[in-house]
Write a protein that binds this ligand. Structure first.
Ligand SMILES: [Zn+2]
Length: 121
């Protein structure tokens, strides 16, 4: 399985495209086509026609479109900059009290460990 540097609930910055410079939280990772859905970024307005058949009212629907994963950069929650990420093995205490070694991402700028997205400790 491919390992992405970006995980769900990470804060990312858009590096290319019309929303360049915008920051948002990753809502979803579309592994199949290397795309990410970022909250409030790459919004498009869909004009839909009413469809009486499906009882859908027409109108404008705003929705996020996925971005290519290479067009977003991870923001470090410690130094709040878009940074390069490295991997490091750290010791982590599990629920059972045993220490185990896990692979963790770290910020190459401030050297702090970047958490695993939405997972709370
Ligand atoms: Zn940092």
């Amino acid at each position: 399985m491919k390992q992405f540097r970006i995980h769900t609930n990470d804060l990312v910055e858009v590096l290319a495209g019309k929303d360049k410079g915008k920051k948002g939280t990753v809502k979803k990772i579309l592994r199949k086509n290397d795309r990410v859905l970022v909250e409030g970024v790459n919004m498009v307005i869909r004009h839909t026609k009413p469809n009486p058949h499906l009882q859908q009212p027409g109108g404008r629907i705003e929705k996020e479109m996925p971005l290519d994963i290479s067009n977003v950069g991870l923001c470090c929650p410690h130094c709040l900059k878009t940074v390069r990420v490295g991997y490091r093995y750290v010791e982590e205490k599990g629920k059972d009290g045993n220490t185990k070694v896990v692979k963790a991402r770290f910020c190459k700028k401030c050297n702090e460990i970047i958490g695993q997205g939405g997972k709370k400790k």
